[in-house]
Design a protein around this ligand. Structure first.
Ligand code: NAP
Length: 273
């Protein structure tokens, strides 16, 4: 059994089949870690030594427990989990259904909680572990028509930070990474609320969406986020909240300092609200 603060060797990473997850899995494997890369498709683009693809649906608690059992049977320990699986739904808050809101929370919030709950007993028993959640700068910054996504990421950030305090003294650490725009499959996979597609929808969100998609397509390489995650896994003590890249950290600071009313007016103007 590993002692606390020994290097991370075995990692479960969700959403490992694409984008940030795929890039992170490669970087962690290159650093010598064994990465169990979970996703519904259960595959990775091309075989990489150190990456073990696992079929995993974070929305299914049994699926999360089976993945952890498989890792423990093979490795005897699980040093870290990266809760990265996620999706997005776009549309005005008005007219959105409960089902649409649930769709957003299901993977980003409940899915991450299923994953964390599946890992915690083993981490407690071994006396160490690292939990990394991938949230978003949108957890601290609200944009028009992205209310569901922001709310889900803010909920996950909140849970992650409470957990980090609750686990103090257990040998288990928590960190949330808040990426800004990253060029991945996320943009093409985005779903839209039914109300946003109605011909008489009173909101003119098209310009806003075009800007968001342009920002994402021209965004950071997923490796930037992967390197930030790797750095945290290699540190003796993880930071509780990490915003990769200086310009996004500056946005994070501005969000904290600006009066709420000013911030929302500015964002509405910038993002064609
Ligand atoms: N791209 C950005 O600009 C950006 C910015 C901030 C935060 N993020 C966050 O970063 C994370 C990764 O997103 P990405 O940009 O890399 O998007 P992506 O390329 O679309 O990757 C999403 C990953 O999540 C997996 N996934 C989705 N639902 C799942 C489920 N129920 N169970 C297991 N795996 C599931 C997908 O695999 P399968 O389809 O095979 O299941 C895929 O591997 C997300 O949490 C996202 O919210 C992204």
């Amino acid at each position: 059994m590993l002692k606390p603060n020994e290097p991370v060797r075995v990692v479960l990473l969700t959403g490992g089949s694409s984008g940030i997850g795929a890039a992170t899995a490669r970087l962690l494997a290159e650093a010598g870690m064994t990465v169990y890369a979970g996703s519904r498709r259960g595959s990775i683009e091309k075989a990489v030594p150190g990456i073990v693809p696992v079929r995993l649906d974070v929305n299914d608690e049994d699926s999360c427990r089976s993945a952890v059992a498989e890792i423990l049977a093979a490795e005897g320990h699980l040093d870290a989990v990266v809760c990265n699986a996620g999706n997005g739904i776009f549309g005005p808050v008005e007219g959105a259904t409960d089902e649409e809101l649930r769709y957003q929370f299901e993977t980003c919030v409940f899915g991450s909680m299923n994953t964390i709950r599946a890992c915690l007993p083993a981490m407690r028993a071994q006396g160490h572990g690292r939990i990394v959640t991938i949230t978003s700068v949108m957890a601290i910054l609200q944009l028009p028509y992205q209310g569901f996504y922001s709310a889900a990421k803010a909920a996950l950030l909140s849970l992650s930070e409470s957990l980090s305090m609750e686990l103090r003294g257990s040998g288990i650490q928590c960190c949330s990474v808040l990426p800004g725009d990253v060029a991945t499959g996320f943009t093409a996979a985005r779903k839209f609320t039914a109300a946003s597609q109605e011909p008489d929808c009173p909101y003119h969100w098209q310009e806003n969406l075009a800007q968001i998609e342009q920002d994402e397509r021209g965004g950071m390489k997923p490796e930037v986020i992967g390197r930030a995650i790797l750095r945290q896994l290699q540190r003796r003590k993880m930071a509780v909240r990490v915003i990769p890249r200086a310009d996004y950290r500056l946005v994070g600071l501005a969000v904290r300092l600006l009066p709420e009313g000013w911030k929302l007016s500015l964002l509405k103007r910038l993002y064609h609200g």
